[in-house]
Design a protein around this ligand. Structure first.
Ligand code: HEC
Length: 174
């Protein structure tokens, strides 16, 4: 197990430990209960989005939009809408929780016996371009799953928080 994989495993352990016993199935109530330097968390401590009345999204939602389209779009289609090859993640995220989402992205997935054995979700646990931004991708998809974010690039966004830059440097460089 190399170091990157350990980062992913540690993330899972950390987030699992933070879970309360009673988090809802699926994404649950997306309302922000806590704002940690511009990153939002719901009442269960799961990352979530904010969208102001004028459509301004928090930075993480915007970052997630960009990362999704860099790393996931090629198989999962634009805007989380799905393709003939891979499922619509805007729907998947409505039906799985944050921890299940992480598990699939870290370890990959291949349905056996579905007649589509050539359709493989790669394991991204060792890919920093995905792992360092996976919360962002989740936050973006959660907004899409909830029907609160229209298709396309969000027109307005909050400024990039310093905490984002610090976490990015630590994750990508360390
Ligand atoms: C090379 C193509 C490919 C790429 C790139 C890819 N995926 Fe997938 N993904 C798949 C396929 C195919 C499946 C369906 C696998 C199955 O059901 O066996 C899948 C399944 C999933 C699932 C489970 C969905 C469900 O409803 O069970 C999640 C979550 C997921 N992918 C997230 C992501 C994220 C996030 C990214 C970008 C970081 C990504 N994938 C990039 C091909 C891909």
């Amino acid at each position: 197990m190399n170091r990157r994989h350990l980062i992913g495993a540690a993330l899972i352990a950390a987030t699992a430990a933070a879970a309360t016993a009673a988090y809802a199935v699926g994404p649950g109530d997306p309302s922000s209960a806590e704002d940690v330097d511009g990153k939002h968390f719901d009442a269960d401590g799961v990352p979530t989005y904010t969208i102001a009345e004028d459509g301004t999204v928090d930075w993480y939602t915007y970052s997630g939009f960009r990362r999704y389209h860099a790393e996931c779009h090629v198989c999962h289609g634009p805007d989380g809408m799905g393709s003939s090859y891979a499922p619509a993640l805007a729907e998947s995220v409505a039906n799985m929780d944050y921890y299940e989402f992480y598990e699939v992205v870290v370890n990959g997935k291949q349905d056996v016996g579905s007649g589509q054995a050539n359709q493989v979700m790669p394991a991204f646990g060792t890919n920093p371009n995905v792992m360092c931004y996976l919360d962002d991708v989740y936050i973006y998809l959660r907004a899409r799953a909830q029907g609160d974010l229209p298709r396309g690039r969000p027109a307005k966004k909050d400024a990039k928080p310093d905490a984002f830059v610090e976490a990015e440097d630590a994750c990508m460089g360390g």
